[in-house]
Design a protein around this ligand. Sequence first.
Ligand code: FES
Length: 129
Amino acid sequence: MSDDIAWIGPLSVTFSSTIRGRIPCDMNIDDIKDVFRPYNRLIDIEICGEARSVPENNSLLRCFQFLAVESISYGDFCWNGECLNCQVWLASGEREKAVIACRTDVEPGMNILRMSEYIDLESDAPENT
Ligand code: FES
């Protein structure tokens, strides 16, 4: 494998040598559409006070990947419940409930109050690329 190619399952993405070690800059949702469980609609949840629409029938981490393709795809995540880097805190009545996003399915109206520092939903935003 060339040093300029990163493999993510069946996908490959070319890195620019100037951004090696950081997220690639040419990935979009069509590149990863096969990683999602089938869904018919987007559902509304709240993430740190912001309304977002994400695919039903998927884990929260997949939903984060839907919102921030590059930073989550290339983030430091095991995707299997071992690293805890995907931990989020949900509103649960008057309390918070900690869950791991890779093992928790999204539900309509979920309210995510806080997220692990490893979850970056901002760096994929156009003003940061
Ligand atoms: S990604 Fe490692 S525990 Fe969820």
